[in-house]
Design a protein. Structure first.
Lengths: 633, 203
């Protein structure tokens, strides 16, 4: 039994993202869509897993804007819809969102955005809450896993009461945390879709005014919401104003410091528009106020602005938070950071462990524990691809520029991609930047321009850039790294895979045909064939005009691993490996660095780590002494 | 449980299956009435970096998904230097530690830029910084069984032998019945048993 379908009244250990999915099911959601992005990916993945049994539509859309439009379409026809995304996805969806706010919606429409404080799996650190203010839409911030389920359920009701999409902001430590969740009822009824009211933004100014009026209405609901809560003494020495993932850190800090008689904890679950009366009541409790929230000082700035308007009634206050750097402006929070901030403000001492132990423990790590950089997995086709790129660019000799994109292959900027990738921005930006750099030959740029993108990224945002390149005559080589899925976020299918989110078969959109239709010259190669791939890159760099595409096709090593299928049994011929005496200077382990191939310091020779090697056989091509052998497994 | 909350860290290198191990352990504890909160570090880190799961186990309340500095009660490391790394931040004199002896070389050690430290030195440091240490070679057992990914379940079996938490075989068996396809259950149960029998205290 899938835990998110268990019966009402049961307690399940659910991931935050699964709890969101359950909350949506309890709300009777009928249409769900997203483009994968951590930390939000498991929301749609878990809904897709139950789409068949629940009789709902769940899809991986090609990008977040389309996903939001899919869900809004359902909402216009009266159904409830959920759209999920990470912070970057919000940027993609916002063009539509900032028109949807004016037309409003019909059936409950919930937009779940999971931010990634500390950029644990992101190219940027961004606070999506600013979009709620920008779009004038209600914003909820759950603080626990149970709460995120309850709030998701409530958000659908709220959306229908206001006729507006409702935003819920999660964060990594909620979406990717697990905890006990008490399950509620799953409805049996389905709504019949019917489109009856026009949804246009005109007249714009009138609808903009209506949006402001609805925010007053939303604030009234928020004034009486049980998600806004205070615990602590009537007149605390210090008031912590917290929301979202900041709440459990703040609570942990107060408990750890044993300060529950001195410090108050106000948790705001509805952070835009502010429930002003409730917030003002909290502000009267203390002179000193510390804001604990993740990423930007959103609550902090909004509450300070509210305070400014009411300062005659409230008297003097000292505010602490990100603005005065009591808490760091960037990076992820944790209990220790909040503990230290409170310690400083209240001038108290606290030791989490004996100081002499802490010194010894930290010294032991410093002296004996090597760093562990992330890199491509053993047998990853991207490592082979970057090896071929490196060699082709060296042979070409014109210092080619490799522009990057978003996916596992972004690691091409680091050691395991031989530092080949030179830019990293948004989805599709590699090809977009190549459209610019690819125009500079006439001004004297004699470096060839290349860009990489993954198969899923191609559908998300590269296709418009490729059309642009053909139309405007940009000169570059696009390396389309097709590893048969959205690997970085958990192998979700996309239009090129022939599979839908639910696992049902789908028509395959062929990458080669699409690229050709967009007017590009297209070739294909297998990244595991290093020599022919290198030759193909070199040839396409030196010949041809306009956009050229080389599709490098190899399944992700982790997908291959799940099928437990080794391509080759790889062995080292100890006689042939000259070890430290070989002129190659350990090309295999020092430079190529696949984790499955290690150096045995005892014998001074290369060695296969059987626990890690996935049998791709590429290293056999690397060794100049032909000491690495491969036999079909 | 000896203390409440009881704080557990399961850590290792991306790809070793520590997320699954923490989820199984969490479900085993929830099914017996505990409130468990798990914080996981993954995402980009699953590509060969250091990964950890923090489990906060309580009978009364929910705690933050991240353990404060120095507050781990039990540590299960799927890789030796990762064990020491985690002790550096979360260890304390009462820490109980379980170590899989099989090293995984970091990229810088593969390339020869740094040396992977001597295993006996790492173990002696871990011993100095823990109240009690147990070890086993979970990866070797997993390889003998034909699949290195079983190391995580072998570690859970080892934990069950230590009498620290209520994680007996029957509870494990019931928990994986919900999680794994039928054809994977027997091999996982066998891995659990092998871990249970292989673990030894480090003296």
């Amino acid at each position: 039994m899938n835990p998110i379908l268990n019966e009402s009244g049961k307690i399940e250990l659910l991931m935050g993202n699964e709890a969101i999915a359950r909350g949506a099911l309890e709300a009777g959601v009928q249409v769900c869509a997203a483009y994968p992005g951590n930390p939000s990916s498991e929301i749609i993945a878990s809904l897709a897993a139950v789409a068949g049994v629940r009789g709902i539509h769940v899809e991986w859309s090609v990008n977040e804007k389309v996903a939001l439009e899919v869900v809004a379409g359902a909402s216009f026809a009266g159904l409830r819809g959920l759209c999920a995304m990470k912070q970057n996805g919000m940027n993609v969806a916002c063009d539509f969102l900032l028109n949807l706010n004016l037309t409003g919606c019909g059936g409950g429409l919930v937009v779940l955005v999971a931010d990634d404080p500390g950029a644990l799996s992101s190219t940027n650190e961004e606070d999506s809450r600013l979009y709620a203010k920008l779009a004038g839409l209600p914003l909820l911030e759950p603080a626990t896993i149970q709460e995120i389920k309850e709030m998701t359920l409530w958000a659908f009701d709220l959306s229908e009461a206001l006729g507006l999409p409702v935003l819920i902001r999660s964060a990594t430590r909620i979406s990717h945390a697990r905890s006990n969740v008490l399950l509620g009822d799953l409805p049996k009824e389905k709504r019949l879709p019917y489109f009856d009211a026009p949804r246009v933004t005109f007249p714009v100014v009138k609808n903009h005014q209506r949006l402001y009026d609805k925010q007053i209405q939303a604030a009234q609901y928020f004034e009486i919401s049980s998600y806004n809560d205070y615990r602590g003494p009537d007149k605390p020495e210090l008031l912590l104003l917290t929301c979202g993932s900041g709440w459990l850190y703040a609570l942990e800090a107060v408990v750890s410091l044993d300060l529950s008689q001195r410090v108050g904890l106000a948790k705001l679950g509805t952070t835009w528009p502010l429930p002003t009366a409730w917030v003002l009541e909290q502000l009267t409790k203390a002179q000193r106020i510390l804001f604990v929230e993740e990423v930007d000082p959103f609550l902090e700035n909004n509450i300070k602005a509210l305070f400014a308007q009411h300062n005659m009634d409230l008297g003097g206050k000292r505010f602490f938070g990100k603005a005065d750097r009591t808490l760091p402006e960037t990076g992820e929070l944790n209990p220790d950071i909040v503990i230290r901030a409170i310690q400083n403000l209240l001038d108290i001492t606290f030791q989490s462990r004996p100081p002499e132990y802490a010194v010894r423990a930290k010294e032991a790590v410093q002296q004996h524990v090597p760093g562990r950089d992330i890199g491509f997995c053993a047998g990853c086709p991207h490592r082979a691809t970057y090896w071929a790129i490196k060699n082709a660019l060296a042979l070409d000799g014109r210092k080619g520029i490799l522009l990057g994109d978003i996916g596992c292959y972004s690691l091409g900027m680091g050691a395991s991609g031989f530092f080949q990738m030179k830019t990293l921005h948004a989805m599709g930006s590699g090809a977009g930047l190549a459209c610019g750099l690819g125009q500079l030959k006439r001004f004297g740029l004699d470096q060839p321009v290349l860009t990489v993108c993954g198969d899923s990224t191609f559908f998300h945002a590269v296709m418009p850039a490729l059309a642009n390149a053909r139309y405007n005559g940009a000169d570059f080589l696009l390396l389309l790294l097709d590893n048969s899925g959205t690997a970085m976020t958990g192998f979700q299918p996309h239009p090129g895979t022939g599979k839908k989110a639910s696992g049902d078969p789908a028509p395959v959109l062929d990458l080669k045909t699409i690229c050709r239709a967009l007017g590009a010259e297209v070739e294909e190669a297998d990244p595991f064939q290093l020599t022919s791939t290198t030759e193909a890159i070199l040839r396409l760099l030196q010949e041809g005009k306009g956009p050229r595409v080389l599709i490098l096709r190899r399944e992700c090593a982790l997908i291959r691993g799940k099928q437990q299928k080794k391509l080759f049994q790889v062995t080292i011929d100890r006689e042939r490996c000259l070890g430290d005496q070989c002129g190659c200077n350990r090309l295999c382990t020092r430079v190529y660095k696949c984790p499955g191939l290690i150096w045995d310091p005892m014998t001074g020779k290369a060695q296969i780590d059987e626990a890690i090697c996935t049998g791709c056989g590429v290293c056999a091509e690397i060794c100049p002494a032909s000491a690495i052998g491969k036999e079909a497994a | 449980m000896p203390v409440d909350p009881f704080n557990i860290i399961i850590g290792g290198v991306g790809g070793q299956g520590n997320v699954l191990a923490s989820m199984i352990l969490g479900r085993m504890l929830v099914s017996q009435g505990s409130i468990v909160t798990i914080g996981e570090t993954y995402g980009a880190s699953q590509r060969g970096g250091s990964v950890m799961s923090h489990l906060r186990v309580s009978l009364r309340d929910q705690f933050s998904p991240l353990i404060p500095e120095g507050k781990a009660n039990f540590l299960a490391a799927l890789e030796p230097v990762e064990g020491l790394r985690m002790i550096g931040q979360y260890g304390n004199p009462d820490l109980l530690t379980l170590i899989n002896l099989r090293p995984i070389l970091p990229l810088d050690a593969l390339s020869g830029k740094v040396a992977y430290p001597d295993l006996s030195l790492i173990l002696s440091k871990i011993k100095e910084l823990s109240k009690q240490v147990w070890t086993l070679n979970a990866t070797e057992i997993a390889l003998e069984m034909g699949d290195p990914i079983l190391a995580n379940v072998i570690m859970l079996g080892a934990l069950s032998a230590l009498d620290i938490l209520p994680v007996k075989r029957d509870i494990f068996s019931r928990t994986i019945a919900d999680l794994f396809p039928a054809e994977r259950q027997a091999v996982n149960l066998q891995a659990f048993d092998r871990g249970h029998d292989a673990v030894r205290e480090l003296r």
